[in-house]
Design a protein around this ligand. Structure first.
Ligand code: F6R
Length: 366
């Protein structure tokens, strides 16, 4: 069942190139510049007339939602808010029939997300679901939706669900952008052609597993780690930290890189590994200066950079290269080394990777 892999998590990490293709197959006609998403097409006016989009989710799905916020605002120019389902439902939120709510849930059974959907519906909002499990409660409770088609995710720590949710959110952002006239046909085509290269680029990245293992061996005994990223990669920093916490029980925090100086910088010393996403587009110079600040305080830097980078290589303790791609697509690549790193640290520490303590695959209690 694990197809020769030691754990479901590792199998699911390696399934990502295929899972992403399964998510966009039949929906993204790159050469024609067409995106087909019937759940959006059938309700296009609800989306085009929306005053804002509210994304509700929990955990890793909430991190995907944050990437969705950056994508939808950047491409389609529709205001987006991202809410923890549990906070949203209990704080008497302002919701109107002009709002579109996108609920994201791998399992489709998360109690807080389901309750948030019911509340939004009661207030007249249109609710769109992004689920992996076909026929799940959330898939049934929403007005329309789209499945991620990632295949069953057995490992408790979410991996392919996350990257396929981002894939689907990218399609939604592009679809809305093209319907609103925010993106030209040639631009759309070019972006989708770039997106079609992502599965191959992930395959290439999965081949650097030995290098990630070496890094894992160096830092496996750390007690605190910091993950930093900016822009599209800020949510990836949050997700990287969550993955490490969940399966290796090492305390980790994700932060927007520029927030470091507003507090977390006080933690930095020679025992603190800091994982920084410093890809070539998206505020590169700013992240480089964050790295310099960390180095001057003796922190250890493990940087994710774009292939061919020289500047970060000179100052970082370790670098992991990702292939070049469009800035908005980088989360699909930068996520992979963090998944592998958490996995290998947890294995080296003899933790139960697929069934971490205290966690359940679907959280059906509040
Ligand atoms: C993290 C993880 C959880 C889930 C969260 C929401 O690896 O798996 O944080 O993402 O419980 O679950 P779904 O997406 O099923 O609603």
């Amino acid at each position: 069942e694990k197809s020769g892999y030691d754990h479901f998590m590792l199998k699911e990490i390696h399934e990502q190139p295929k899972a992403i293709i399964d998510t966009y197959r039949g929906r993204m006609l790159a050469d024609e510049g067409i995106i087909r998403l019937s759940g959006i097409d059938d309700n296009i006016n609800r989306f085009l007339n929306a005053e804002r989009i509210i994304i509700v989710a929990c955990g890793t799905s909430w991190h995907a939602g944050l990437v969705g916020e950056y994508l939808i605002e950047d491409k389609a120019r529709i205001p987006v808010e991202v809410e923890y389902a549990s906070e949203f439902r209990y704080r008497n939120p302002i919701i109107t029939s002009k709002d579109v709510v996108i609920a994201i849930s791998q399992s489709g059974e998360t109690a807080d997300t389901l309750a948030a959907i019911k509340l939004a519906k009661a207030k007249g909002a249109f609710v769109f679901g992004i689920c992996n499990v076909v026929g799940s409660s959330i898939a049934r409770e929403t007005h329309a939706g789209a499945y991620t088609h990632a295949g069953p995710e057995i490992g408790v720590a979410s991996t392919k669900a996350f990257t396929t949710q981002i894939t689907l959110l990218t399609l939604i952002a592009l679809k809305l952008a093209s319907k609103k006239g925010e993106i030209s046909k040639p631009q759309l085509r070019e972006f989708m052609q770039e997106m079609q290269l992502i599965p191959k680029k992930i395959e290439a990245l999965l081949k650097i597993e030995d290098k990630v293992k070496e890094i894992a061996a160096v830092y496996k005994n750390a007690t605190n780690c910091l993950y930093l990223g900016r822009g599209f990669n800020f949510p990836v920093a949050l997700e990287g930290a969550l993955k490490l916490k969940e399966i290796s029980y090492i305390h980790a925090e994700g932060y927007p890189a520029a927030e470091m100086k507003h507090g977390p910088i006080a933690l930095i010393d020679e025992n603190m590994p800091i994982f920084v996403i410093a890809t070539s587009k998206g505020h590169y110079e700013k992240v480089v200066s964050n790295i310099q600040e960390i180095k001057s305080r003796a922190g250890k830097i493990i940087a994710i950079v774009t292939e061919g980078d020289t500047q970060v290589r000179e100052i970082a303790d370790h670098v992991i290269e990702i292939p070049e791609t469009a800035e908005a697509l980088t989360p699909l690549l930068t996520t992979i080394p963090f998944q592998l790193l958490s996995y290998h640290i947890a294995v080296m520490l003899n933790k139960n990777v697929d069934q971490p303590r205290n966690l359940a695959k679907s959280v059906t209690v509040e």
